[in-house]
Design a protein around this ligand. Structure first.
Ligand code: 1GP
Length: 234
């Protein structure tokens, strides 16, 4: 299945961490939930082996399966699409462009460029693993976050801006401000969506909500986020 150009229609995505355990029944419920895509990714403990294993399990179902590449060693072939994060508010150039340049230098001939989509990450929870690893300056005002987002959208022309609050529900007014500032990019929001109520609030402030942790803490509530978002358009 070719997913190119279909990203803008995503309203809901479940993010699965290859380093965490899901039994068969849980995975089936997630893949048949009506979510627009399963995004495979994590900030630590992601390996080739656990990524291959999760891909092969998700492939039993028809839901699009997309890899968010955070470890070069875990760039497994066979996904529908590859999302490549660049952390716009990192204090270290490696996370903005350095790792990417090294990857291209080593593996350019292996990269399925037609299936690669860049994401401009803005990490706003200073305590999350991604912020710590990437040395993100997470204390941005709404106006500063919107400025980063516009650089991604208007200058770099990235198709996705991702506001990452992993683990906590973010400042949804800030998210709305960033949303209004975008011209073309799709706004992903992730962080602290645990149930239908938080899903609805977050979905009102962005284009695409990403639900991760809740799948591992309260699956039923996490599954209810799909209908909460989809009903908005009925
Ligand atoms: C994490 O943005 C995603 O990368 C989702 O966040 O795990 O808090 O749902 P949560």
């Amino acid at each position: 299945m070719k997913l190119k150009r279909s990203i803008p229609s995503w309203r809901h995505v479940f993010k699965l961490d290859p380093d965490r355990t899901l039994d068969a029944a849980a995975l089936e419920a997630i893949c048949l939930s009506g979510t627009d895509a399963v995004l495979v990714g994590g900030s630590s403990g992601v390996t080739y082996d656990n990524t291959v294993e999760l891909l092969s399990r998700v492939r039993q179902y028809e839901v699009p399966c997309v890899l968010e590449v955070s470890e070069l060693e875990a760039a497994v072939p066979g996904f529908d699409l590859y999302l490549i994060p660049t952390v716009l508010n990192s204090r270290h150039p490696d996370w903005i462009i350095g790792h990417h340049a090294r990857a291209v230098e080593q593996y350019s001939y292996l990269i399925p460029w037609d299936d690669v989509v860049p994401e401009g990450y803005i990490i706003l929870n200073a305590g999350c693993t991604a912020a710590l690893i990437s040395e993100a300056n997470a204390s941005l005002t709404a106006s500063e976050a919107a400025a980063y987002a516009q650089v991604a959208d208007r200058l770099l022309r990235l198709p996705i801006v991702y506001l990452e609050y992993s683990g906590v529900l973010g400042d949804l007014e800030l998210v709305s401000t960033v949303h209004r500032s975008l011209e073309n990019a799709q706004l992903f929001y992730g962080g602290g969506i645990t149930d239908a109520g938080t899903a609805r609030m977050a979905a009102a402030a962005c284009d695409t909500i990403v639900v991760g942790n809740a799948l591992y803490s309260d699956l039923e509530q996490a599954l209810s986020t799909v209908a909460a978002v989809k009903q908005r358009h009925v």
